[in-house]
Every structure is written in C-alpha cells, then in structure tokens.
Design a protein around this ligand. Structure first.
Ligand SMILES: Cc1cc2nc3c(=O)[nH]c(=O)nc-3n(C[C@H](O)[C@H](O)[C@H](O)COP(=O)(O)OP(=O)(O)OC[C@H]3O[C@@H](n4cnc5c(N)ncnc54)[C@H](O)[C@@H]3O)c2cc1C
Length: 247
C-alpha cells in the first residue's frame, strides 16, 4: 500500500481560523489581514494564536470551520474490501480504478501467488495474527503454512480463470466476477479536515480491520504535516474517542 497527499488547501489553518473568526466578528473578514482577524485571540504571535483558536474550536466541538480545509489523497494497492469500507463515508469524493476499462491480462498468475495484484492479509502468513471473529487464537507453523498454500493457490487460480475468460472473449467487466475481493485497486479521494477526523475515529480504531487502519494512519501522518495544529490536537486529545456518532 502507498498513500500520498496529492493536493491540499494551502494554509489550511489560516482558512479554518478565518472562517471561525467570521462567526464572531462584526467586521468583514474579507477586508481584514489575517493578523487583524486574529487580533483578539490569545497568544504571543500568530502561530500561538492559531494554536489557541484551533484547540478551542476542537474542544468546544465547533467543527464547521474544519470543512473548509480540503485534502486529496492518492492510494495505491488496497483491496476492494478496503475500498468498500472507505467508500461508505458519504462526505468524501472518490475515483477508483475501473475493472471495466483496465484488464489484468498481462499479469502472471504465478506472480499473483507471490503477492502481486491481490493483497495478502497478514493472517495468511503470521501464525500469531489475531483477527475479528477468528475461530482459534494463535496457530502452529504447520497450520499457517497450510493457510498460506490455500490462499496462494486460490488467488492464482482465480486470475488464471479470469484471463482464460478474457481469452474466450468475455468482457473484462464480466470476467472480473471471478476475481477475489482482495484484488488491488488504486484510488484518489478528497476529504475535508472534519471528515478526515471522523474517518479516523472509525477507521483508526482498534475494532477496524488492519488494512483500512493502516491506510487511515498513513493519511493521519500526512495530515499532521499538512494541517499540523489540528491533527496534533486530534492525536493527543480526540483520537480513540468512545461512543462517537459523528465528529
Ligand atoms: C468496525 C466497523 C464495522 C462495520 N461493519 C459494518 C457492517 O457489517 N455492515 C455495514 O453495512 N456497514 C458496516 N460498517 C460501516 C458503518 O456502519 C458506516 O456505514 C460507515 O462507517 C460510514 O460511517 P458513518 O455512518 O459515520 O457515515 P459517514 O458517511 O461517514 O457520515 C458522517 C456522519 O454524517 C452523518 N450522516 C451522514 N449521512 C447521514 C444520513 N443519511 N442520515 C443521518 N446522518 C447522516 C452521521 O452523523 C455520520 O456519522 C462498519 C464500520 C466500522 C467502523
């Protein structure tokens, strides 16, 4: 899996603070410099003032201003299972690589058995891996070798069958029905900072699946560079909130 930040609002925290100050100022923020807009906020310099205001907004649950800062991520090589989970979030915008227009006719099925094109879950190779609703706890080496062999044979065979169907003239959009849910997709998606915190609440949590958790953690790392005061506050004070229904 690879996650990159493609584009994002420049000076996101200036935008967030300006939007928030708009709510409580008689003057029009469009006519004022950022320093003037922030004049009454506590802090020795503009960075300290931003930190004060952003911390205050997040603490009070005043999340609207965080919708003005938008980020676009590119994600490579997640399973269709992970894609199905992330695309349930309705306030994000997605583009997903098509399996109607992109066919995997030149992929070697033996490479698929080695991990190309289909994501290999850690439980296929790690005897100590514990997942949700698992029938047993840790297993011995022999059992995990058997698991891995079945998994690899199965994905290899499904890609062989897929390519055979393509050779027999079946359209990719129909031949894809035999491919596994672990088949990789690349995706571009855009979210605002508020939504990203909500996604992280649900998908970086311990009860989320390992793959979407990893993807979300990587997005949070990138967000911490892009919008640092917000995502540092989130990491320290808000992550792992319990019983949240929405941000
Ligand atoms: C651990 C885990 C297990 C899950 N298991 C399943 C499962 O087995 N089956 C399944 O189908 N889904 C499952 N989901 C998906 C889950 O039910 C949500 O559909 C998904 O996480 C989207 O989140 P959201 O509901 O917060 O909506 P989002 O689209 O992220 O919207 C954000 C917020 O906006 C508000 N909102 C958005 N749309 C509406 C609306 N129409 N009406 C009212 N409020 C709205 C809500 O406050 C919502 O929390 C699972 C999620 C997790 C994290």
């Amino acid at each position: 899996m690879e996650v990159r930040l493609l584009e994002a609002t420049e000076d996101p925290e200036e935008v967030i603070c300006t939007a928030a100050r708009n709510d409580y100022m008689e003057a029009f923020v469009g006519d004022r410099s950022f320093e003037e807009v922030m004049a009454t906020i506590e802090g020795d310099d503009i960075e300290a003032k931003k930190e004060t205001l952003i911390g205050h907004l997040l603490k009070q649950g005043h999340f609207g201003p965080f919708e003005h800062a938008q980020a676009t991520f590119a994600v490579k090589g997640i399973s269709r299972s992970c894609m199905a989970q992330i695309t349930r979030h309705r306030h994000a915008s997605f583009d997903v690589r098509s399996m109607r227009y992109v066919s995997f006719d030149d992929v070697d099925p033996e490479d698929v058995a080695e991990g190309e094109l289909v994501v290999t879950p850690p439980s296929a190779t790690d005897p100590d891996w514990i997942g949700r609703n698992q029938k047993t706890g840790s297993v011995d080496e022999e059992t995990v070798e058997e698991r891995e062999a079945i998994f690899r044979e199965s994905v290899e065979r499904s890609v062989e069958d897929y390519q055979e169907l393509l050779d027999l003239g079946m359209p990719p959009e129909d031949a894809r029905f035999v491919l596994p849910i672990g088949t990789e997709v690349n995706m571009v998606f855009s979210v605002n900072a508020r939504m990203l915190m909500h996604v992280a609440d649900m998908r970086a949590a311990a009860d989320a699946q390992w793959e979407i958790r990893e993807m979300t953690e990587r997005m949070l790392d990138l967000a911490a560079e892009w919008c640092p005061l917000t995502f540092e506050y989130y990491e320290e004070n808000m992550k792992n909130r319990k019983n949240r229904l929405a941000p």
